[in-house]
Design a protein around this ligand. Sequence first.
Ligand code: ADP
Ligand code: MG
Length: 439
Amino acid sequence: MAGGEVENIFAEILDRARTLDPVNTRKWFDNLHVVRLTGGSLEIGCPDEACAQFLQSKCRSAFTKAAQQITGHLVSVEFSANGQVRQEYTEQEQKDRPTLHPDYTFENFVVGSCNRLAHASCIAVSQSPGDTYNPLFIYGNSGLGKTHLLQAVCHEVKRKSPSAVIQLLSCEEFVNRFIQAIEKGDLPGFQSRFRTVDTLIIDDVQFLREREQSQEEFFHTFNALYSNGKQIILSADSPPGEIPSLEERLISRFNWGLVTRIDPPSYETRIAIVQKKAHLRGLDVSEDVAGYVARKVHANIRELEGALTTIYAVSMTTGEKITLEMAQTALDGQVDLGTRHIRISDIIDTVSRHFNIRLADLQSQKRSQSIAEPRQICMYLARQLTKHSLEEIGGHLGGRDHTTVMHAYAKIEELRKSDPKMHATLEQLAGQITQTARA
Ligand code: ADP
Ligand code: MG
């Protein structure tokens, strides 16, 4: 086959794979290239090792299927980075290579007041491991970015010093490997592996609770690394002192360095995260869609991302463009997002109480600013927080037609962007309305 022809076939395969697996499609797929396409095998060159690992573990079947559909015969697919095909590692090497997610870099991490300190300390530690905060302990609820930050440190350290030995693993994996080592009678192997690294990153250390022997082992690993000035980074769902049945001596060591918390993100940060995630997938979402998703999901960024993925997947399957209506319909079937029971009357109640005006006034024909603006805010919030049509919303507010509602929406959205006070008011109202609806 001529080179150009191979390129064309590969472009088709890539397109097909994107359609087959929208959830895992990323913008950097644009940078994949074909290394080799012969009779039964396709080797795909990736931007880096993490990308190759990601494709191998998440997208292999989509690519295999795509290649088969396009070429009409069975094709085995391999992913490589820097000319090195994966899979050639021994089992042990495989274990010692941290599996990094290509999305989890500092570049892709949105910083807000909720995570500023944790982010800054991770940056500092990755600039000079062992020298600043040691250990670094990050805690926070599930889905707030702990694993993302730990992996970002790992990406960065590897980038700066490719030969540095880094172990990044979940605490569960640490415990399992410890147990296996005991079973195989290879405790010395285990110990030398973990006590000689340059950086040790253990995710979710709350898993150590009630595992006495593992705590003992971890204690010695910690001491060995610490006394050699090696960096230790830990994450957990609560601060050291609140992890049940964690030994006092570990609690005290975990507190030696910096302990920092990640809080749930604010509305602005959530919008920025939705946009960042969309961008990673090569998507453009308008501000009203990002705002809608950000209002719908509050406390867990994993769910925020899940909502975006759902919208994307629906758009891929139906070929529809991502609009606010489309996003609302796509997320309609989702439970647990906390806004399912919001009624227009809840919105009107909350808004009239906030501005201290009467319901009758909101529904009247009065046009004074003190009444017209709260009325427009009702329309805006109804459109953001419910699935009612423009007509229905207008109907609840004194029988106004859909163009009036559209106009109100656009005007308040404009104000929200230009006027911080309006922004804060909308945030507060939306918060109250969601609370009422949940109660
Ligand atoms: P945790 O380990 O705290 O449970 P994760 O690190 O797994 O949470 O994060 C869950 C998801 O949310 C991941 O996809 C991650 O990329 C994303 N995420 C969390 N915080 C941020 C952030 N500040 N910016 C971008 N993405 C984030
Ligand atoms: Mg995690």
